[in-house]
Every structure is written in C-alpha cells, then in structure tokens.
Design a protein. Structure first.
Length: 282
C-alpha cells in the first residue's frame, strides 16, 4: 500500500479515466464528442480524438480490465522511471495505437474507445525495463514468462487484426505496445543490450506485420500477398451503387451531427448509423 502513495500519477490517471468513462456511460453525447472516429479526425481535423478516446470505455467490465492492468503494471513502473517518463510512455502509446487505427480504418466507418493502447505500452515498457519477470493473466491462476508473453502478444494481435472476428481493437493494442517500446528505448537504449534476442524478435515481427498491413490493407490471404494476384471481376453496378449510396448517406449523417449534434438525428437515422458503424473496445 505504501507504493500507492508514491505512484501518484498512476492513481491520478486511473481516477480521471474512471470519471470520464462514467460520464460516457451516462451520456451518449459525451461519448460522441470524444470517441475515436476517422471521419471526424480526417475530415473535421478533430485530432484530439486520438487522445481523448483513451479515457472512454464501453462498459464496467471493459473499464475494470484496463484499469486493473494499468494499476498492476503502472505502479512499479512509475516508481522505477519517474512520473514524467511514465506519462510520456502511456500517452504516446495511446496516440500511437490510435494513429495505426487511423491509418488502417481511414476509409471505414469505424468507432473505438478504450485505454488499452496506453496499457499495452506500459506493459511492454515493464517487460523490457524489468526483464526476467512473469506476466499474470487477468482472473487466471497462472502466469507466463514475460518474453513469451511479448511474442504471443505480437502474434495474437496480428491474428486479431487480420480476422476481425471480435469487437476488440487489436490494431490499437499492437500500435500502443510498439510505440511504448520505442519510447522506452529512446529513454533507456540499454534495454536493447539487456534483452537483445527478445528485442530483435519483437522488432522483426513488428516490422513484418507493418509491411503486411501497408501492402495488404484488404487483409487478403498470405498466399495472395506473396504471389501475383489474379485479376478479379469487378463488382456489379448494382452492388457498387448500393455501397456508394450507403457511404454517401453515412457522410451526410456525420455532417448533420457535426453541425447540429446527435439530438438532430431521427430514430431511423440513428439506427442506420449504428448499424453502419462498428464500435470497438480497446
């Protein structure tokens, strides 16, 4: 308990995040104002959403998981490196994770919130600054070596990004972890020497994944990515028109929200926008 009084900024960050998340639970307009959404960021230049979405959560379980993880890893890390470096790593990881999401979803109707990008950055900073430890798994009675967790995390994040079969923002997790590691390396370059093989493995896997994401934004099978791609039939005019109409209507509704607020939407318009959008937890 004594360390809690010394880890002031970890506790303060948790307190602010909990408070903002509760406000979001009570007000959809508050969420709409600060949630991550590529259309608002790129079209309306609302870059603050890369930062503010890290203070919002979908529900109490989502909030509890992230804040418990931040508490578990953040306290000792803040004591070890000090509050300035701790906060720099945490918020750089949130922005970095969201920036990767922005790139991957720049043409999508996509929404997301959560602090996991920052938490993953803190976790990776802890793994490399305090090598040889173990990472406990939430609500499970066992842990695994930190080096193994780091590698499995990278691989599972890539799997989650490619398959998109859940409601979790794996791209923000992956981006936050890598940015957290890079910022930590800038502060403490000696971590490369302390965990050379693990560092090089994580870095190599990350570079390969980023190349894949840039070269293959449609997430085609690896065989299609590595081989020459055969020509594909163009979609029918009818299906293309339907997608264009849907995109046009979504953009029109986003403009309406930007000008007059969420309350200006009719029930039918609100339901259409919710169906067209995809809100992910982080």
């Amino acid at each position: 308990m004594g360390n809690d009084f010394k880890s002031v900024f970890t506790i303060l960050t948790i307190a602010v995040t909990v408070n903002c998340s509760i406000l979001g639970f009570k007000s959809s307009a508050f969420v709409e104002r600060f949630i991550f959404c590529p259309a608002y960021i790129l079209r309306d230049k609302q870059y603050y959403r890369l930062f503010t979405s890290g203070f919002l959560h979908a529900d109490w379980l989502h909030l509890l998981f992230n804040m418990y993880s931040l508490y578990a890893f953040g306290r000792n890390l803040e004591l070890f490196i000090g509050p300035t470096k701790f906060l720099t790593i945490y918020f750089a990881s949130i922005i970095g994770g969201n920036s990767l999401s922005l790139f991957l979803h720049r043409h999508h109707v996509y929404r997301a919130y959560g602090a996991s990008g920052g938490v993953c950055g803190i976790l990776f900073a802890s793994i490399f600054l305090l090598p040889g430890g173990e990472v406990g798994l939430f609500l499970l009675p066992f842990s695994m070596p930190a080096w193994l967790y780091a590698i499995l995390f990278i691989l599972s994040s890539f799997y989650g990004i490619r398959n998109k079969n859940d409601n979790i923002g794996h791209d923000a997790h992956f981006g936050g972890a890598i940015i957290g590691l890079l910022v930590t390396t800038a502060f403490y370059p000696q971590i490369v020497r302390y965990s050379l093989y693990l560092y090089l493995t994580v870095l190599l896997l990350s570079v390969l994944i980023l190349i894949y994401l840039v070269k293959n934004p449609l997430f085609l099978p690896l065989s299609s990515f590595l081989q020459s791609r055969p020509s594909q039939e163009m979609p029918s005019a009818k299906s293309k028109l339907t997608r264009e109409q849907e995109t046009h209507r979504v953009n029109a509704l986003l403009d309406k929200i930007s000008q007059s607020g969420m309350q200006s939407l009719t029930k039918e318009e609100h339901n259409f926008l919710l169906k067209a959008s995809r809100t992910n937890k982080r």
